[in-house]
Design a protein around this ligand. Structure first.
Ligand code: SF4
Ligand code: SF4
Length: 463
């Protein structure tokens, strides 16, 4: 039987005086737990939070390590600039992220949820330590929340929520630093919309930390829904050793039968409000808190933990196969996408050129007997360090008159200029192909185009 989230014995519904926790929600009071996985969580959480705080400030080669400039439609990533014209590269980046998730999930289960998801990191590194510090451990919090709104309860809630609010604003500033730039944000030079978005993020985080919590994983997160399709019997999961644990007993004499002594510690520490002994559950984020809890209990009896990282195959006495069809397929897709992306970025031109025919007529006939075609040439200087001057010329129309303004672009700027091409009527076919060449002095980018003219025998106005 798989117990649902709301059936969990670690969930308690506070009394009628609870603060907005009425209705179907069972409030979860996760007990403090210590152990080797919690030490690892603390270390990795510290590194991840340091990355969040520091990365927006870092630059490589004069460019932000990570910046999403929405108004300019530019993404800066590890010294590379992706502009709006790099749509294919951005698709490759998205595929790289998706295949990485597929590959690691098929191998290591919900590694992302338990160790890297911001929701987990914030709850483990901010919310639970603050709650422990201000309101005490599980039983004290439960007792206080079930009682009336005394002064003791009010000031503790006020301090806890104030700390949540301050941290939520700091996280909002760090996140928006990747969009608006941290210096502009912290010096007040960013726009009102940037500060409005900081507020939106902070309010969302505060509501999540103060109230929503595990419901985000259970009801909102799409990954929790489809990760079951990415894993199989050979994927790593946190699981209970039924063979050793059952039948459960009570107290030390229980180890004479199944080893589980029904201490319930694995349930009390679970932030998702589930009992891992009920088997695989979608709510489980593989956070390993129950592993540490059981390691502590079983360790005192000189036995290995009943809850551990394992695979279904291993639990059933079969050998775990790390190399299998889906992992090989995901790894191959990952390698191909990564290879193509790296090759494209390494060989990309320092300028981006697009040529479009000017809207309106295909051609015009000038009074001096020439046929005129007008194009719009858009050039983006992708060099983040230097200003470039560009020369535009035609390849394939030697007799053409070409009218195009001078073009000089600051680093990362772009501009669209008109290009007028004139040829004597009757000198060309109705459609003649040629290239628009844009030369920045070190490299030439050619873009194919066509010159349109009336049939040779025809005279008169434009179509
Ligand atoms: S912590 Fe271990 S011994 Fe205690 S109830 Fe859970 S599985 Fe059984
Ligand atoms: S069952 Fe264990 S691993 Fe899963 S969410 Fe609960 S404590 Fe974390």
């Amino acid at each position: 039987m798989v117990r649902t989230h709301t059936d969990s014995p670690s969930s308690v519904r506070p009394g009628g005086s609870g603060f907005g926790f009425k209705g179907g929600r069972n409030w979860i009071y996760a007990k403090r737990v210590a152990g080797r996985f919690q030490r690892l969580h603390r270390a990795s959480g510290f590194v991840l939070l340091a990355i969040l705080a520091v990365v927006p400030w870092l630059r490589v080669g004069g460019l932000p390590v990570l910046r999403i400039d929405v108004p300019a439609r530019q993404l800066f990533l590890m010294g590379t600039v992706f502009t709006a014209a790099d749509g294919f590269n951005l698709v490759l980046l998205g595929l790289l992220a998706a295949f990485s998730l597929f590959f690691f999930t098929s191998l290591l289960g919900r590694l992302w949820c338990g160790w890297f998801c911001p929701q987990t990191v914030f709850l483990e590194e901010f919310v639970r330590p603050i709650e422990l510090l201000v309101e005490g451990d599980r039983s004290r919090r439960m007792r206080r929340d079930l009682g009336p709104w005394t002064f003791d309860r009010i000031w503790r809630k006020a301090v806890k929520w104030s700390l949540f609010a301050v941290l939520a604003v700091l996280v909002g500033m760090a996140v928006m630093g990747m969009f608006a730039g941290p210096r502009a944000l912290w010096t007040g030079a960013a726009g009102p919309m940037d500060y409005a978005l900081v507020s939106v993020i902070a309010v969302g985080l505060f509501a999540d930390w103060a109230w929503f919590r595990e419901q985000l994983c259970i009801y909102l997160c799409p990954y929790a829904r489809f990760q079951g399709a990415l894993t199989d019997d050979h994927s790593l999961v946190v699981s209970y050793d039924v063979a050793r644990g059952e039948p459960r007993g009570k107290g030390r004499q229980a180890v004479l039968e199944g080893h589980c002594i029904s201490c319930n510690k694995c349930v009390d520490v679970c932030p998702q409000g589930i009992d891992i002994r009920d088997g695989f559950q979608l709510e489980c984020i593989n956070c390993s808190r129950c592993v540490d809890a059981c390691e502590d209990v079983m360790g005192q009896l000189g036995l290995p933990s009943l809850i551990r990282y394992s695979t279904v195959a291993e639990d059933e006495g079969r050998k775990t196969r790390w190399v299998r069809g889906r992992t090989v397929a995901y790894a191959a897709l990952l390698a191909v996408v990564a290879g193509v992306l790296v090759a494209r970025v390494a060989t990309q031109s320092p300028m981006e050129v697009t040529v479009n025919r000017s809207p309106g007529t295909l051609f015009q006939q000038d009074s001096d007997g020439f046929v005129r075609n007008t194009y719009l040439v858009r050039v983006t200087n992708k060099d983040a360090a230097r200003t470039h001057t560009y020369e535009v010329w035609l390849d394939g129309l030697p007799a053409a008159d070409v009218i195009v303004p001078d073009l000089t672009l600051q680093p990362l700027a772009d501009q669209t200029v008109p290009l007028v091409v004139r040829l004597p009527a009757g000198a060309v076919d109705r459609t003649t192909s040629f290239d628009v060449a844009v030369d920045d002095g070190s490299e030439v980018v050619r873009v194919p185009a066509t010159f349109k003219a009336p049939p040779r025998a025809t005279t008169g106005g434009a179509p």
